[in-house]
Design a protein around this ligand. Structure first.
Ligand code: SAM
Length: 243
């Protein structure tokens, strides 16, 4: 079995294998499970950004590259978008999806671990991460890495699943994640565990207030959190403070 060098724990290895296994059906499963609302969430993420001309952006945990492509469109010619993910299978789907696309020239794909980014300090104007932070084994270390490679004043935008606050919505959401999601995931991909893990990872992920506090503590300013669709998703934005 292939083992990526920078994977340092059993849990990380398991997550890596989950994503490699579900990658070929990731997009269709995502659309069905979110009832297509993930397109709206992605647009919200893109609209939250205001990019300088000829900028350099990283889409961390880019998966099959949907956000990466939107970023390339937003940033325009002269800009570079680097899609980073540790799953080679996800990245190969991203590459196929964009082959022959007019924005392809503006995108680079890099296999790397979010906990050990292979980039020098202050090399990006903007970093996005959609549904990736919940999957890294050390959230604080990943955020610190993002801050390190972001220029002073550079923007960060994090899109992540959350637990809704309203008790009725919370209960329905819980049922949906524990019942329907693993059932549908198994039906489409033939794998159940990654979809059971999805539920566990959402429950274990820090609450929006805690994420905002972490961002502040490690050196981000102008932090905002917007809850989307009854709070089942949260969009966090901020800027790197002076060193
Ligand atoms: C739920 S998918 C999100 C993909 C994409 N951003 C989207 O919006 O659909 C999470 C991605 O994070 C990647 N990932 C998880 N842990 C990672 C890590 N430590 N380093 C790099 N990529 C990681 C997985 O391989 C997977 O492609």
């Amino acid at each position: 079995m292939f083992r990526m060098n920078s994977i340092s724990s059993m849990k990380e290895q398991q997550i890596y294998e989950f994503f490699n296994s579900i990658a070929p059906r990731y997009d269709i499963t995502n659309s069905l499970m979110s009832w297509g609302i993930h397109h709206h969430w992605r647009k919200q993420l893109i609209h939250s950004l205001s990019l300088p001309k000829n900028c350099k952006i990283m889409d961390l945990c880019c998966g099959t590259g949907a956000v990466t492509l939107d970023l390339a469109q937003l940033a325009g010619p002269g800009s570079l978008v680097v899609g980073v993910d540790f799953s080679e299978v996800m990245l190969s789907i991203a590459r196929q999806r964009l082959s022959g696309h007019p924005f392809q020239k503006q995108i680079q794909w890099i296999v790397a671990n979010a906990l050990e980014l292979p980039f020098s300090d202050q090399s990006f104007d903007c970093i996005t991460i959609a549904y990736g932070l919940r999957n890294v084994t050390d959230i604080l270390r990943a955020l610190r890495e993002m801050r390190r490679v972001l220029k002073v004043g550079g923007q960060i935008a994090i899109l992540e699943m959350a637990v809704p606050v309203h008790p009725v919505v919370k209960r329905l959401h819980e049922r949906y994640l524990s019942g329907w999601v693993p059932f549908l995931g198994h039906l489409i991909t033939n794998y159940r565990k990654p979809y059971q893990y999805l539920h566990e990872s959402i429950r274990a992920f820090p609450q929006p207030e805690q994420i905002c506090k972490l961002l502040e503590d490690i050196g981000f300013a102008n932090i905002q959190c917007q809850r989307l669709t009854w709070g089942i998703v949260a969009l966090y934005t901020g800027q790197r403070k002076t060193p």
